[in-house]
Ligand binder design. Structure first.
Ligand code: NAD
Length: 331
């Protein structure tokens, strides 16, 4: 039986990626929606054949508890709402997928993990790349030291942000931060999954070329992560540069992905030539895997803890920007 997913928040990512991906999924389907906009409820119901009883708004959301059609609630809201809706979904007895970045800070992530644990529900973060074949190969090349020990690693992600100056992404209270939270998190992920290690300290600097536009949030941040064993990796995030790569050098060779973090195609090469795997629908693979984990009661490879570890790094990067010093990444 396919498990039913309800998308909470029908913005760009739900509409452009998740709903279409759910049409291809094997283990789950788009069973319900949660929206504050009546017109969207009507349009989505029609387009995706969603019954009225599976349509919720933010006021009656908690009554989703009584709906057996919904197994999994997928939180696709602005960051400041992730914690509240994850906790409410778990209390309603639903398994949860929460989009990245998991929350405004690591402390909130801890609460979300605890709430899901208490409700005995599974929690996953929308880290689609863990299901992407080229990315999985890079994890293997790095973690198994196929070209020997890593000697250098650089991860960069960003795009040139234009558009609505009032968007939630530019408001610190709603986003928690700028390009680092939104894009840099992929570069942090890249460093963590290529090394297979948890960084212990970070030093960061930032640059703003459009301070009037990025009044409240970061535009471009550069950082160095220190890993156990001494490797220092470089990372950068931006709302003012189109970046998207992962470049690793090891004792006996190199490997890289570019583009490394988009919806696809993901392209890679190494000392041995092209890193060539099928291009897949990442979101379908991600949701199918979680549905399977729920159905078989197996742990997901991207649990809440994975989101929390990234938020600990991000918290430390912001501390380093304030202090101008190396900051420990606290557990
Ligand atoms: P968006 O602004 O397009 O959509 C957000 C939705 O939340 C909108 O439909 C909006 O109406 C709704 N909303 C409900 N209450 C709101 C409130 N109080 N204030 C503002 N909006 C409110 O954003 P998005 O790009 O769809 O991003 C949503 C989440 O998905 C974010 O966490 C983002 O980081 C994540 N995301 C992930 C990926 C990925 O590849 N994994 C890609 C894009 C976005």
């Amino acid at each position: 039986k396919k498990l039913g997913i309800a998308l909470v928040g029908l913005g760009g990512y739900s509409k452009g990626q998740l709903a279409p991906a759910l049409q291809q999924a094997q283990n789950c389907y788009l069973a319900g929606i949660v929206t504050g906009t009546p017109q969207k409820a009507t349009d989505w119901a029609q387009q995706y054949n969603i019954p009225q009883k599976n349509i919720y708004n933010y006021q009656n959301f908690d009554s989703i508890a009584n709906n057996p059609d919904i197994d999994i609630v997928y939180i696709v809201l602005p960051v400041f709402m992730h914690k509240e809706y994850t906790i409410r979904a778990a209390k309603a007895g639903k398994h949860v997928i929460c989009e990245k970045p998991m929350a405004l800070n690591a402390r909130d992530c801890e609460e979300m993990i605890a709430a899901c644990k208490k409700a005995n529900r599974m929690l996953s973060i929308g880290y689609r790349l863990h299901f992407e074949p080229h990315t999985i190969e890079v994890m293997r090349l790095g973690q198994k030291q196929v070209f020997g020990k890593l000697t250098a690693l650089e991860n960069a992600n960003g795009f040139t942000y234009r558009g609505d100056p009032n968007a939630w992404r530019l408001k610190k209270a709603m986003s928690g931060g700028g390009a680092l939270m939104d894009m840099g998190i992929y570069a942090i992920q890249g460093a963590r999954y290529t090394t297979g290690l948890e960084p212990i300290a970070v030093k960061a600097t930032q640059e703003k070329t459009r301070p009037d536009f990025f009044k409240e949030v970061d535009e471009t941040i550069f950082w160095e992560l220190e890993f156990p064993g001494g490797l220092k990796t470089k990372g950068k995030s931006s709302y003012n540069n189109n970046w998207g790569y992962l470049k690793a050098e090891a004792e006996h060779g190199y490997f890289e992905l570019e583009p490394a973090y988009g919806y696809g195609p993901i392209l890679g090469k190494s000392t041995n030539g092209a890193i060539d795997f099928p291009q897949i629908n990442q979101q379908a693979a991600q949701m199918d895997d979680f549905a399977k984990c729920v159905a078989t009661n197996k742990p997901t490879r991207v649990p809440g803890e994975e989101g929390m570890k990234d938020m600990r790094v991000i918290d430390a990067i912001y501390r380093s920007l304030d202090s101008g010093k190396w900051e420990k990444i606290t557990v």
